[in-house]
Design a protein around this ligand. Structure first.
Ligand code: AHR
Length: 512
């Protein structure tokens, strides 16, 4: 990324800089006859931590009688997204959490201070049974993350047994006494989180040693074989992947990479809804790094695991902004603008295109924290622009990835340039082809010339997410400022598909 502008035009007697890059056309060849890889539905997963107002307010609220209950509106919105999984209880909170504090009669559960996030009192009213009821009502699959940093092997093994033993063990009996005789059959289990940092500040070899020991005691139970997820690297921490795959690879089923996109510096990231084009460009440029980061980790994993048994999981991703003014800095509450939506579409296209290795991902986080799909305020709820992207892209879940060749054109800003668009394509079991496109350029449309090989399409229809401004977002007063509409900018011409892609937009096309 870094092509420079450098052509000068004489226009109305002024020397005006013009980027050569502006002329680069966008071309895609889609190989409809070469699909081999399934886009795992788990790429479209989500994450819910005991952080800020994610659990309390977000999914777990008191009713008028003062009793705790799950939020029906949020559950229904997540059902509509058909989210394939939900990761819990952290994040950094996972390596601080003791599962036994969150079971049994609620009025007898001990309180703790959430020293990780905001220093607030955690009353443990939302624990294992409440989480399992939440996932069951959403119709999704749980991912439970155990405590390596401050817990024992025994604590983790006991939680696994409490969740999954079919009956006849004291922990299964305890689960039954707490209202759930049937095992929960949880298969996805994280062995710690970010253990290079908040999960214990371990070196890669220290964690590899701990991982081998902890995972040993996640034994098959009833019908469930554990899918063991190792705490993976942050961004381009390639030595972590190298060491872990070398020392513990044969015990790992999924490796949990985290990558967040932010602008500016970590101390001063900028606001979610107040930014200029330079900050828009920077966000796109940094978000695009996910592609090279995945490639780097995949190359290492390929050496240890050429048959691609181990999933690369992007277990936390999304935009991380400064918190909204006046909110607890430890709650990570941020708004969500069109920029976040384009960044989401970009990531999902990259994940799809790496579907042979990337088999799971979790946006951080679901409600009221970081790049949420839902925001709540009292009993009100709004859907963010990012929610709409997930709704548009859900057609890719479990579909066959169609390889594509992309000449993405260039989006130039100042003296730098990045690819102007991202794209991915798939064919579902009914034979319908879907193409998702993002135009990263906030000012210029792109004409996308696509060649459809091995695709016999008679009609094309689509949906688009865009807005007048880069900073457009939904508020509790105006919840539909940014919402998808029908898209009429695509037409078929023989085996070609021509798409007029508006600036700063996310588009899904359906070919029949
Ligand atoms: O999502 C917020 C935090 O970001 C998580 O707790 C942690 O895993 C990551 O650093």
């Amino acid at each position: 990324m870094g092509a420079r502008c450098g052509v000068w035009l004489l226009l109305t007697a002024l020397l005006i800089p013009v980027c050569v890059t502006a002329q680069v056309p966008v071309r895609i060849v889609i190989h409809g006859d070469q699909g081999e890889t399934t886009i795992n539905r788990h790429i479209y997963g989500h994450f819910s931590e005991h952080l800020g107002r994610m659990i309390y307010d977000g999914v777990w609220v008191r009713n008028e009688e003062g009793e705790w209950q799950l939020r029906d509106d949020v559950i229904e919105a997540l059902r509509q997204l058909q989210i394939p999984n939900l990761r819990w209880p952290g994040g950094c909170f996972a390596d601080y959490y003791f599962w036994r504090d969150g079971i049994g009669p609620r009025d007898q559960r001990p309180s703790m201070v959430n020293t990780v996030w905001g220093g607030v009192t955690e009353d443990n009213s939302f624990g294992t049974h409440e989480f399992m009821e939440l996932v069951q009502r959403i119709g999704t699959e749980p991912i439970v993350v155990g405590n390596v940093g401050s817990g024992t092997v025994r604590d983790m093994a006991d939680w696994w047994e409490y969740l999954n033993h079919p009956g006849g063990s004291s922990l299964a009996d305890l689960r039954a006494a707490n209202g759930h005789p049937d095992p929960y059959d949880v298969r996805f289990f994280g062995v710690g989180n970010e253990n290079w940092g908040c999960g214990g500040n371990m070196t890669a070899s220290e964690y590899a040693r701990e991982y081998r020991r902890y995972q040993t005691f996640l034994r098959p139970m009833g019908d469930v074989r554990p899918f063991r997820i190792a705490s993976g690297p942050n961004a381009a921490m390639f030595e972590w992947t190298e060491t872990l795959m070398g020392d513990a690879g044969r015990f790992i089923d999924g490796l949990d990479l985290h990558y967040y996109t932010y602008t500016g510096t970590w101390q001063n990231k900028g606001r979610a809804t107040e930014f200029n084009e330079a900050e828009w460009f920077e966000a796109m440029q940094r978000a695009l790094r996910i592609d090279e980061i995945i490639r780097g980790h995949s190359e290492i994993m390929d050496r240890f695991d050429p048959r691609k048994r181990v999933w690369l999981i992007v277990g936390e991703w999304g935009m991380w902004h400064d918190v909204e003014p006046g909110t607890n800095p430890g709650f990570l509450y941020q708004q969500n603008a069109l920029r976040d939506a384009v960044v989401a579409g970009l990531h999902l296209n990259v994940f799809n295109n790496h579907a042979d290795r990337v088999r799971m991902a979790n946006l951080a986080q679901t409600v009221n924290v970081l790049q949420s799909v839902i925001l709540t305020q009292g009993d009100q709820m709004i859907l963010t622009p990012t929610y709409h992207v997930f709704h548009m892209y859900k057609v890719h879940m479990d579909a066959t990835l169609l390889p594509l060749e992309l000449d993405a054109g260039l989006y130039s800003h100042g003296d730098e340039a990045i690819p102007a668009i991202t794209a991915s394509a798939s064919r579902n079991q009914q034979g319908t082809v879907h193409i998702t496109l993002t135009n990263l350029d906030p000012t210029r449309p792109r004409t996308v010339q696509s060649q459809l090989r091995g695709i016999n399409a008679r009609s094309v229809s689509g949906r688009i997410l865009t807005a007048e401004t880069m900073t457009a977002h939904n508020t509790f007063e105006q919840p539909n400022n940014v919402a998808p509409t029908d898209f009429g900018g695509a037409r078929l011409s023989g085996s070609d598909l021509i798409v007029e892609l508006p600036p700063k937009s996310v588009v899904v096309l359906e070919l029949r």
